[in-house]
Design a protein around this ligand. Structure first.
Ligand code: ATP
Ligand code: MN
Length: 465
């Protein structure tokens, strides 16, 4: 008999047919006549109930069917007598693939804390919560590719190993094959990287943007979607050392079109979640965050509020004048903290916000400079409960201005000669942004900690699994 997935079995209208399902036992309960096994195979958050008439099965087999065990169950699909499911399987044959000793299998009871589950990240996909999160993560990746593909964007793979340290000064992971016990140094005591694998210092990328721009200057509209690495020591619920980023880059887009795209893109992903992840969303909302689905709908139904950084600062300062307390000060020229971003979104405008035109000194060298000579055409999209979810900008397309700004900000020109070349040969106005994939997942799943929306989180002092 051909195995069918539990998601299909549960949707089957025709009863009386023979089916074979395979999966992991969530629970087994019952009395001395009949047992009920709740079986899950990851195809849906819903379990199928296997009804076991004890008269037909030997006790030795049944003893092996404990929480966590893997079994194959064949039988007849029948209308369910009990609550909570339409159909169940009247078991005729059960094969045990793998047992799970109740003494040592860690996932016995329901209601383990998320902290505990992080310590058993190798087993947590077997919980309802992480099954839902893995499926939603997959769905968001599909939504992203679908969105850009339909718009004619080309998916570009940018390198993971890079030798340019122009963005991530001080927060990059080095890549080396040098013997750390026997480092070659030059006469000044500096490490001599000419002996290293690439003949120069190399690191893991913090962003695919610069290479993405090269492709946009030929293909028009592109996006990247890949892992990025940041060695910043920020132990927050919103930062990972290894995370995934989506970075579209578009020739001929000015900042307004960049904002339009960002808003349309994020709404597309949220709509996808509402349409394709209903069971998982309902579970997560019941378990963790009763307002989750309302919040998703709310973002869909409202335009994002657009204003400048300078206007944002005025609002924050007015709030302070009225007695609102922030942990960090608010001064024009300093970067906003997440508490400030969330105040604007959650308390003041009560909807997502796009802040533009940030002071040039807190933003990267490649952002297009405004005529005021103080600000750049940056745009950050700020979300409820999260703060910054997207960071982007119109790019400086003028060769001389870009080069001057790179020098002022001590970006080594010798490392980015290729990037500057795009402004020497057929330069064009262009824009782009970066969406943190796990920040999007925080929003759509309602989870509070970014460590719970990636299968195997990497954070300072933590690279298990
Ligand atoms: P933040 O201020 O929140 O640390 P950033 O301004 O340093 O973020 P960008 O360089 O603008 O981040 O990166 C683009 C996007 O990538 C951010 O808007 C965010 O969604 C995501 N992101 C940045 N750093 C991290 C991280 N350490 N872990 C997870 N996502 C991140
Ligand atoms: Mn940013």
């Amino acid at each position: 008999m051909k195995r069918i997935k539990i998601v299909e079995a549960l949707q089957q209208k025709e009863t009386g047919v023979k089916v074979l399902v395979k999966g992991w036992v969530r629970t087994r309960r019952g009395n001395k006549n009949v047992n009920f096994i709740a079986l899950n195979d990851g195809s849906t958050i819903n379990n199928i109930q296997i009804v076991v008439d004890l008269a037909n099965f030997d006790e030795e087999t049944l003893k092996l069917i404990t929480t966590g065990a893997c079994i194959a169950a064949a039988g007849t699909l029948v209308a369910s007598q009990g609550q909570g499911q339409n159909v169940e399987i009247q078991a005729e044959n059960i094969e045990v693939y793998g047992t799970a000793d109740p003494e040592t299998y860690p996932l016995q009871k329901k209601g383990h804390t998320l902290e505990f589950l992080r310590e058993i990240a190798h087993l947590r996909p077997r919980t309802n919560t992480f099954g839902a999160i893995y499926r939603m993560r997959h769905n968001m990746a599909m939504a992203i590719h679908d969105f850009f593909h339909k718009k004619g964007f080309v998916y570009v793979h940018t390198p993971i190993i890079t030798a340019s340290d122009c963005e991530g000064a001080g927060q990059m992971f080095q890549v080396t094959t040098m013997n750390l016990y026997d480092l070659k140094k030059d006469e000044n005591g500096s490490i001599d990287y000419s002996h290293d694998f690439f003949g120069k210092q190399a690191s893991l990328t913090v962003s695919g943007q610069l290479e993405g721009e090269l492709a946009a200057m030929a293909l028009g509209e592109i996006y990247t979607f890949g892992p990025t690495f940041r060695a910043e020591n920020s132990n927050t619920p919103r930062h990972l050392s290894e995370f995934w980023m989506i970075e579209p880059e578009m020739a001929f887009y000015e900042i307004e079109e960049n904002m339009d795209l960002a808003e349309e893109f994020i709404k597309y992903c949220i709509r996808w979640a509402l349409e394709n992840c209903q069971d998982d969303l309902k579970f997560l909302s019941d378990m963790y965050d009763k307002e989750l689905i309302d919040r998703l709908n709310f973002v869909l139904d409202n335009d994002f509020k657009r204003l400048t950084y300078t206007e944002g600062i005025k609002i924050l300062q007015a709030a302070i004048a009225k007695g609102h307390k922030f942990e960090f000060p608010v001064d024009w020229g300093t970067d906003l903290q997440s508490e400030h971003e969330r105040y604007l979104v959650e308390q003041h405008f009560k909807r997502p916000v796009i802040l533009t035109d940030y002071p040039k000194d807190i933003k990267s060298f490649y952002m297009k400079q405004n005529a005021d000579e103080k600000t750049v055409r940056a745009m950050d999209v700020l979300f409820p409960k999260i703060g910054e979810i997207i960071g982007g900008s119109q790019r400086e397309e003028d060769y001389d201005k870009l080069k001057k700004r790179a020098e002022e900000m001590h970006v080594p020109l010798k490392d980015i000669w290729w990037y500057l070349d795009t402004r020497r040969f057929g330069t064009a106005p262009h824009s782009g942004f970066g969406l943190g994939f796990e920040r999007l997942l925080l929003f759509v799943t309602g989870m509070a900690n970014i460590r719970d929306v990636i299968p195997f989180p990497r954070t300072p002092n933590n690279a298990e699994f």
